[in-house]
Write a protein of this length. Structure first.
Length: 477
């Protein structure tokens, strides 16, 4: 269907509000909403209040929903008539910004040649602000669409309270669909729409064999070495060369990607050299691009994140340590269920070494998104409208806990319209965003909202979701 809203008018709008966009993004970045650091508790509430004020200034009805942790911001641009409703999800909390690699102050945004440097610029305040400007444009154009916003402040710590907030307020949040702009393109030349996310299962392995350090000259050879024993367990859990998990039954429920998905992966424009450069990797396990894409998007993993125990200072302290601990996680794909995988992990570790204690840290179900139908078509057309190119349909290897929660509680499909690029540095030092992606994102969201406004009345699924608030209890990252 041809657009009623002309691209030139959207581009003119974006050009006119560029200064406002940059000023507001700088204000959001200046609030260090680091959810995992208790010292930033006051900043989290300051960030929520700033978000409410921003959305109200755009003409939305906005409020704060409290939780046992940090709040959730909810806002609605209402068309004032019976019209389809779409909910936009973003998160306003950010990763810590420590370390000498930062070349600029992380919480004082700097603009250099249309690029915005600062923590949270791309993950996820910049994309959130682009969607908000698009919603304001649509509201002022009086298109028959209700646009809601859910801005969370606990995504970076696994969304521990998000489901309880949604369950409590589901009647007010009834929606025909949700769209998330917290995903990444393949590269700047090729837009991408995410059609699935991996789940997550985190665990710690701990082995205690003594009460304190023991002199290796007096006890070595007789004393058990927990670091060596735990290393042996890890070796039996994962093949370090291939990354293949060795836990019996680990791959039993894995649904492989379809031929259509693999063909879309192949057409995505994925580049091994660009991938390595974006993530600071010198070598990879695979030399074939197709194998890498399958490994990061469609296959489960077991990764070792850290091993602790014994002496860590300069030189060598000749002791046998009393304990050791390893931190691991598994990225899961459809249809792997975290509880079943954890049971397999525990049973296998006990078989390898019965003294190792396995503790479950966090869980999150994988998500299989929409790849066909009106919503998928609208997303593809919106990207083409905003950026002039058709997107590739790919999956993402990461996890977004809120996505699974929204599908469960709001009972509607969840789509993705990401705006970030690999070089923007998700979670990395010198994180950045840029005006090309922001302005194209504004146009993309305007067209997406317009296409949804041309849809039929709200579905029976949405009406059912408004009647029933859903159940709490989803996993967390």
């Amino acid at each position: 269907m041809p657009p009623a809203v002309k691209l030139d008018s959207v581009r003119r709008y974006a050009s006119e509000i560029r200064g406002d966009y940059e000023e507001l993004l700088a204000q959001l970045v200046a609030i260090p909403t680091v959810s995992m650091d208790p010292r930033h508790g006051p900043d989290m509430r300051r960030g929520a209040r700033a978000a409410v004020e921003l959305l109200r200034s755009f003409g939305a009805r906005a409020e704060i929903f409290e939780s046992q942790g940090f709040p959730v911001v909810f806002a609605r641009f209402s068309s004032g008539r019976a019209a389809p409703t779409v909910t936009v999800y973003n998160h306003l909390d950010v990763q810590p910004a420590d370390g000498p690699e930062w070349r600029r102050p992380p919480f004082r945004m700097q603009i250099e040649k249309g690029r915005y440097y600062g923590r949270g610029t791309t993950d996820d305040k910049g994309p959130a602000l682009a969607a908000a400007f698009a919603a304001r444009f649509v509201a002022e154009a009086e298109l028959p669409i209700n646009v809601q916003f859910l801005w969370e402040l606990e995504e970076e710590i696994g969304s521990p309270n998000f489901e309880s907030v949604l369950a409590k307020n589901a009647r007010r949040m009834g929606s025909d669909s949700v769209v998330v702009s917290d995903t990444i393109w393949i590269n700047r030349q090729r837009p991408a729409i995410c059609t699935g996310l991996r789940g997550l299962l985190g665990a710690t392995l701990r082995l205690d064999t003594g009460r304190h350090d023991a002199h290796s000259g007096l006890t070595g050879g007789a004393a058990r070495n927990p670091l060596a024993e735990l290393s042996a367990v890890i070796t039996e859990l994962v093949d370090a060369g291939t990354g293949r998990c060795k836990i019996p039954g680990f791959y039993a429920n894995v649904v492989p990607p379809s031929r259509r998905e693999l063909a879309s992966f192949a057409r995505s424009g994925f580049s091994l050299s660009a991938y390595k450069r974006a993530h600071g990797l010198s070598t990879l396990r695979h030399k074939d691009a197709k194998a890498v894409m399958r490994a990061i998007w469609a296959e489960p993993t077991l990764e070792v994140h850290g091993i602790a125990g014994g002496y860590q200072g300069p030189g060598i302290k000749t002791v046998v340590p009393p304990h050791a601990e390893a931190k691991i996680s598994m990225r899961l794909v459809p249809d792997q269920e975290p509880s079943r995988v954890f049971a397999k992990l525990t049973a296998y570790v006990k078989k390898l070494n019965p003294d190792v204690v396995v503790s479950r840290e966090s869980t999150l179900m994988p998500y299989r998104g929409v790849t066909e139908g009106p919503l998928a078509d609208a997303a593809s057309e919106a990207i083409r409208f905003g950026f002039g190119k058709a997107p590739a349909m790919v999956r993402e290897g990461g996890s977004i806990g809120a996505v699974v929660t929204m599908q469960k509680v709001l009972r509607c499909p969840v789509m993705f319209l990401g705006l970030s690029l690999p070089e923007h540095g998700y979670h990395a030092p010198n994180e950045n965003f840029d005006w090309r992606q922001a302005s194209g994102g504004i146009a993309t969201f305007v067209r997406y909202f317009e296409l949804l406004s041309q849809a039929s009345e709200p579905s029976r699924v949405t009406r059912a979701a408004r009647r029933a608030p859903g159940r709490a209890g989803a996993g967390q990252r």
